[in-house]
Design a binder for this molecule. Structure first.
Ligand SMILES: *Cc1c(COP(=O)(O)O)cnc(C)c1O
Length: 365
């Protein structure tokens, strides 16, 4: 009996495979930080973090403080970097023993105040530098003022983020970012008088620029099975399968329509299958009107008309199927999330992280 509702399978053997593949690209001493932000890219951060902790992951990273608190409340002990703390977060950061990324003077001052208030001198933190992404981080010109404010505090790591490591066309840009990072590190270490551990590579950085692994690397999408490259996608295995079932089948006569706003009008006899998944679950309306497709009994069925909030209708005119049959939106064998999402010109990251929390998660061990 197949699962009779929309669900996401979280495939832990595939997660372990991906971690081992990434480890095989690195020196044995290089630490790995697993990025588990956004519900572990749409899966479940508690389940993924527990599994990675049992696989001896060195660090976890989340975007926002609430994501880190949830992990601590579920017993995760691994160091957790909060990539993007906000001004009012520092009481909780200290309380839950989270490690903040300090990326601006405004954030640094709040952090230093919190250390005084809670008498926590020596509390771990990381410093983020901007090397070309122009998103978050101190600039090279800030180092003098930064060192004055830090006094004798030393970060556990300094790090930066690459903007185009998946793109061979931008290799010169990536190498320039890495070079900027080296210069910044050199200057910062000279000013504070000690060496500091470093990291800059994300998944595509690990795969394409592994010689710059420094002391640690950060991987998100690679752990979930995508390498932003056909070659690496073969070695990595998708961790999330999105599946549902056929709720009902309708015979649609020539001239009749399907769905809201008569999105599809049949110009010949059409069989339409209704599936219990819609834009509230993360399947954008952009997939409607034939753009997106799902797999039923080994064949592709195109989405008919508009995506509804809780449902889509798909064309099964030429597919042998019945109510209750299983439907795959994407999986780790036939049709990947990357292929599914390419239908509307987006990337695996977006479809995964858009998956709604109302979808049931099932763990495959
Ligand atoms: C999200 C994020 C990552 C993960 O990137 P992947 O391409 O998924 O490996 C790494 N570092 C930072 C700073 C991030 O924001």
């Amino acid at each position: 009996m197949t699962n009779q509702q929309t669900h996401i399978e979280i495939n832990l053997p595939n997660l372990r495979n991906n971690l081992n593949f990434l480890r095989s690209k690195l020196n044995s001493k290089t630490m790995i930080m697993a990025v588990v932000k956004a519900f572990s890219y749409g899966s479940d951060a508690k389940i993924i973090s527990k599994e990675l902790e049992s696989q001896k992951i060195d660090y976890l990273a989340v975007a926002y403080v609430d994501e880190g608190i949830e992990l601590r409340e579920n017993g995760i002990k691994t160091p957790i970097l909060v990539l993007h703390p906000q001004l009012n977060d520092f009481d909780e950061i200290l309380k839950y023993e989270l490690e903040p990324s300090i990326y601006s003077f405004r954030i640094l001052k709040e952090f230093l105040n919190a250390l005084i208030t809670h008498s926590k001198k020596g509390y771990p933190f990381q410093l983020k530098f901007n090397t070309g992404l122009n998103r978050l981080g101190f600039n090279k010109a800030d180092i003098g003022d930064l060192v004055l404010l830090l006094k004798d505090l030393t970060p556990t790591f300094i790090f930066s983020h690459l903007g185009a490591s998946e793109d061979g066309e931008h290799a010169a840009f990536t190498l320039n970012q890495i070079n900027n990072f080296k210069k910044i590190s050199f200057l910062f270490e000279k000013e504070i008088g000690v060496t500091v551990k470093k990291h800059i590579l994300n998944t595509s950085g690990i795969l394409n620029f592994s010689e710059y692994q420094f002391d640690m690397v950060r991987s998100g999408i690679g752990l979930y099975g995508f390498g932003n490259d056909p070659e690496y996608n073969n070695a990595l295995k998708p961790v999330l399968n999105l599946k549902t079932v056929i709720s009902q089948i309708h015979d649609v006569k020539k001239g009749q329509s399907v769905g809201y706003n008569k999105g599809f009008t049949a110009n010949k006899f059409t069989r339409s299958a209704t599936l219990p998944i819609g834009h509230a679950d993360g399947v954008s309306r952009l997939y409607g009107n034939g753009k997106g497709k799902v797999m039923i009994n080994g064949s592709f069925a195109k989405i008919l008309g508009n995506v509804c909030m809780d449902m889509i209708m798909v064309d099964v005119t030429n597919i042998k199927c019945k109510e209750g049959d299983q439907v795959t939106l994407f999986d780790d064998t036939n049709f990947s999330a990357e292929e599914f999402s390419s239908a509307i010109g987006t990337i695996s990251y977006e479809i995964l992280t858009a998956l709604s929390l109302r979808i049931k998660r099932i763990v495959l061990n």
